[in-house]
Design a protein around this ligand. Structure first.
Ligand SMILES: Nc1ncnc2c1ncn2[C@@H]1O[C@H](COP(=O)(O)OP(=O)(O)OP(=O)(O)O)[C@@H](O)[C@H]1O
Length: 971
């Protein structure tokens, strides 16, 4: 029965409530049962006194299973039925047993009563006390009565998971269970008969027989309890054989069972009954409502109409498995895990039981809920049970006593009777047995599939975990190698490039940079060049003095004479001096009179000096390049020294795994209150940049709160952004009380600031490419419903993916960004309040942000920043306050006075680029271009597009185009 029909069957439930009431209304006989069982268990509470239930074979335990595993009798009480037999007598009993203060032994006692009641010749109510005596005797005979009779709650939980309801999808169990059940019931019956005799006279030999049989039976049960799997496996082949190979025998056997004890049907009936409509008076259609067919129907629901599982059905089973596994008691869960077959129930009795009702895990809850309701109702009725109700309850468990029942009980009896008849009809139907066998095979197939999937899944999970571990290990290994090579390189470079040395300055010690030998070498080279240049200058001057007179006019006349005066020792570079024999002359040497050189010699020397000068110039240029290169190396070297120093001082240096997934690899950089780590996300298998924000412990609470507020706002803004030119924010998590981490898309390469420091300036083309991408990102930010002002656009926040100016860029750091919410955005001249004046980087902020009090700001703040960045890229310096510090900029009101931008003559820059810069750096924000205007600027017009169309467009360039300065791509 579906959950729906369960709900719809409120009346039926009520019916069982009535039965429950009856059960409580047992009169003196019934009340005797409780103390008896309690005394057996030595417990007064009776909560877990499972005296009889433990002595029952597993197939007797659906009710008990429900009782115990329900943990209060709620959730799993109805676990037996994928058909949700709310109208099941068993459920009713179970529900009752779940009640506080009502123990399972009560149920069992009652159950036994039911069995006795089924014997027409005996009155159950009379027999009950003697039954208890018999059982006590039985315990004594066993000598192990306590073990058999009592069980811990945990055992009960295990038993719960071991199944055994009539709904079991394991046909074998189905066959096995009733036999065992019947045998047991039969023994009890015999015992009861004997007890009757005993009251009349001494024990008879038949009692001995009975006792022996019962002993055997109890042993059998013990065997099952000790090892349900083995027990089941032993039982299974016989039953399978019966099913698959010898259908007639099976039928006979079943008939025999029914003949030998009609009690056998009690258990089955209780489960099947609701399938017949839940109304006892409803006529039973023999063909359609046979037990086997109902079983088959249940299986069909589990296995599919055609006997093949659909994915959905498979999933359902899996769900059940998972759910059941999660519902199982810790002990039983561990048992299941130990088997390595959590959800598989195909091989063992117990497991089969677990698989029982596998398609109904979802139903369990609802059934349990119903049960809950039921139990509430039951409790309400407990106070006023009536004898009739009790009678009805007993009747409901007895399939053969319908003829003797009072009208309310008769309904149930009739139901049971119909069920019994149906079963008999079923047993004679060989084709149904075939069907069952077929279904069983299908179910086995499903179980195998589930096994395989489970195995596959756990295997994949294991592999996945192993892969993660391997990736982590390899990354760490690689990182160790990289760190070592970086360290080695730094160490090797240090003497050449330089290092920080701790120097004393006044009272304090400071790290001071000391250049390495490469700089000394460069200096020496420079000195040599300078000396050589001086020599050439002097020699050239002398040569001019010795210039043959005739040159030009009478050069040829003197050339011959001068040629003799050349001093070989000076190699034509120095004016020659010669000493005379005179000692005075030797001491006070007088420069000799320059000897005359001939015209030819003069020309040659002059040529040589010129060439040498040119050569020196080239050498000096090379030296300059070398120096610049060395400067860059020094920058990198210093950066690496600082980075390595910060890295080794960081708490995350030992490859910390943050948030269980981010493996810290190397420190990328350290900002004011943050450090950015290159990390690997082992969940997503990608590199990320983890920006760890540290809140200073010594800060006042207000400052801390403000910092966190900003960070959270940054996160909120940033997380909503998705644009290829904007670094993505993946995650944010707290690390401890003073730090949290934002996880960003990793951008290999440097930021533009570092690149510009390295290269001073870049070509207009490269700069244009970068600016075009930045504008594209800004357009995106401005097209949002609530536009966003970045407010901190600067080269340091433009990341170069390829590490140079030729590739893609991404903008980052939304720490100062602002949302222009609602209507504010609509009014271009209005804007939003500037709440964080003087935050940001002053060289890149527009004049309005320095005015006190500040006017409202708009997205044109970012437009100004773009103008400054573009200018800096192509001219290698900032347009305003280039040489000043932030402090000085404030002091001198540099930006407030930045009314007009001027362009250096060099390098030559196209007027379009200059116009673009002018449009950005308009002093008044009202006259400044907005982002959309910039996006349409002629600067970004593709090559080949006609200028004429653009000339009169929105840009209306304020400067006429100079024919001499063209854009590079005009050519
Ligand atoms: N997503 C990223 N991918 C790669 N490197 C990054 C990323 N974000 C930042 N970095 C690098 O990390 C370093 C530090 O970044 P951070 O933003 O903290 O620097 P900062 O701007 O100097 O600090 P602050 O945020 O205090 O202004 C920089 O070198 C930057 O290039």
């Amino acid at each position: 029965m579906s959950m729906m029909s369960m709900d719809e069957r409120g009346g039926e439930q009520h019916h069982f409530v009535s039965l429950e009431q009856k059960m409580f209304n047992t009169g003196p006989q019934a009340t005797k049962a409780l103390p008896i069982a309690q005394s057996l268990n030595g417990s007064s509470s009776g909560e877990h006194n499972n005296y009889p239930i433990n002595s029952l074979p597993p197939h007797h335990q659906p009710q008990q299973h429900n009782i115990v595993s329900g943990g209060g009798g709620q959730a799993t009480t109805m676990a037996t039925g994928d058909t949700g037999h709310a109208g099941n007598v068993t459920y009713m009993q179970t529900g009752m047993l779940n009640a506080p203060g009502v123990s399972s032994h009560q149920y069992l006692s009652t159950n036994h009563q039911i069995q006795h009641h089924s014997t027409p010749s005996t009155s159950m109510l009379q027999q009950h006390p003697s039954q208890h005596q018999l059982l006590q005797q039985q315990q004594n005979l066993n000598g192990n009565g306590s073990t058999i009779m009592r069980s811990s709650p945990t055992n009960d939980m295990n038993q719960c998971l071991q199944p055994v309801s009539e709904d079991s999808i394991d046909g074998t169990l189905r066959e096995f269970a009733p036999v065992h059940h019947l045998q047991h019931m039969h023994h009890i019956q015999q015992q009861q008969q004997y007890s009757m005799q005993q009251m009349q006279g001494p024990p008879t030999p038949s009692y001995q027989q009975t006792q022996q049989q019962h002993l055997q039976h109890l042993q059998q049960h013990n065997q099952y309890q000790q090892n349900p799997v083995m027990y089941t496996q032993q039982a299974q082949p016989q039953n399978q054989q019966q099913q698959l190979q010898n259908q007639p025998q099976q039928t006979t056997s079943m008939q025999h069972i029914n003949e030998s004890s009609n009690l056998s049907s009690a258990g089955s009936i209780s489960d099947r009954e609701p399938e017949q409509g839940g109304t006892p008076n409803r006529p039973v259609a023999p063909q359609s409502s046979t037990t086997t067919e109902k079983k088959a129907r249940k299986r069909r629901r589990i296995g599919g109409e055609d006997g093949h599982a659909t994915p959905k059905q498979e999933r359902k089973i899996t769900e059940f498995i998972n759910k059941q596994h999660s519902q199982a008691s810790p002990k039983s869960r561990s048992n299941l895990q130990q088997t390595g077959n959590v959800s598989n129930g195909s091989n063992s009795y117990g497991a089969g039981g677990n698989g029982n009702g596998s398609g109904t895990s979802n139903d369990h809850t609802s059934i349990a809920q119903q049960h809950d309701v039921y139990w509430t109702m039951t409790n309400n009725h407990r106070a006023t049970p009536t004898p009739t109700q009790q009678q009805q309850h007993y009747s409901s468990s007895d399939s053969n006593s319908n003829s003797n029942q009072s009208p309310p009980g008769q309904r149930m009896v009739r139901m049971i009777d119909e069920e019994t008849q149906t079963e008999a009809g079923t047993q004679s139907n060989a084709s149904s047995a075939d069907e069952i066998a077929k279904r069983d095979r299908v179910i086995d197939d499903f179980r195998r599939q589930i096994d395989e999937l489970q195995a596959k899944f756990s295997n994949e999970r294991r592999k996945n975990e192993a892969s993660k571990e391997t990736i982590k290990r390899l990354l760490i290994e690689k990182n160790f190698i990289e760190r070592k090579s970086l360290r080695d390189k730094t160490t090797a470079d240090t003497p050449r490039i330089g290092c920080f040395k701790t120097m004393r300055t006044g009272d304090s010690f400071r790290d001071q940079w000391t250049d390495g030998y490469a700089f000394d070498e460069l200096e020496k080279k420079q000195q040599n060049i300078t000396a050589e240049r001086n020599e050439i200058v002097n020699a050239s001057a002398l040569l001019k003095k010795r210039k043959p007179l005739g040159i030009g006019k009478e050069g040829t006349k003197r050339s011959a004479a001068n040629s003799l005066n050349l001093d070989a020792s000076t190699n034509g570079m120095q004016p020659s001096t010669s000493s005379t024999a005179n000692g005075d002359d030797a001491i006070f040497r007088r420069p000799e009179e320059p000897k005359e050189i001939n015209y030819q010699e003069y020309i040659e020397l002059d040529e040589i000096y010129k060439l040498r000068r040119e050569h020196l110039k080239k050498e000096e240029m090379d030296l300059q390049i070398e120096r610049e290169k060395l400067d860059r190396e020094r920058q990198l070297h210093i950066r690496e020294l600082k980075r390595a120093s910060n890295e080794s001082a960081s708490t995350y240096k030992d490859h910390s795994l943050l948030n269980k997934r981010y493996l810290m690899l190397c420190l990328l950089g350290k900002g004011g209150f943050s450090e950015v780590w290159k990390a690997f996300d082992i969940e997503e298998n990608r590199y990320v940049a983890c920006k760890i924000h540290h809140v200073n412990k010594d800060w006042k609470e207000e400052k801390k709160a403000n910092y966190v507020k900003h960070a959270m706002r940054e996160k909120d803004i940033h997380k909503s952004l998705d644009h290829c030119r904007i670094v993505k924010l993946y995650d944010l998590f707290t690390i401890d009380n003073h730090s949290f981490c934002t996880v960003l898309e990793y951008c290999p390469g440097n930021d533009l600031d570092f690149y510009l420091k390295q290269n001073k300036q870049i070509s207009e083309k490269e700069a244009r490419s970068i600016i075009m991408q930045v504008v594209s990102a800004l357009v995106y930010l401005n097209e949002k419903k609530d536009p966003i002002i970045h407010y901190d656009l600067k080269p340091a926040n433009i990341l170069l993916e390829s590490g140079n100016a030729c590739g893609a860029i991404k903008i980052t750091d939304f720490g100062l960004s602002k949302i222009m919410e609602g209507s504010e955005a609509d009014n271009d001249h209005d804007g939003i309040e500037l709440t964080s004046q003087f935050a940001g980087t002053y060289w890149y902020l527009p004049p309005e942000t320095f005015i006190v009090p500040p006017p409202k700001i708009t997205c044109k703040v970012d437009v100004w920043s773009i103008g400054v960045i573009f200018y800096q890229c192509i001219y290698g310096k900032k347009p305003f306050g280039n040489e000043l510090t932030q402090q000085k900029i404030l002091e001198y009101n540099t930006i407030i006075n930045a009314r007009e931008v001027s362009f250096p003559a060099k390098p030559p820059v196209s007027p379009v680029a200059q116009d673009f810069i002018r449009r950005c750096l308009q002093y008044k924000k009202e006259e400044r271009a907005d982002v959309f205007e910039l996006a349409k600027h002629e600067l970004f017009r593709p090559r080949g597009a006609t200028r004429s169309s653009a000339a009169g467009s929105i840009n209306s360039p304020s400067i006429p185009r100079s024919p001499s300065v063209n854009r590079e791509d005009d050519a």
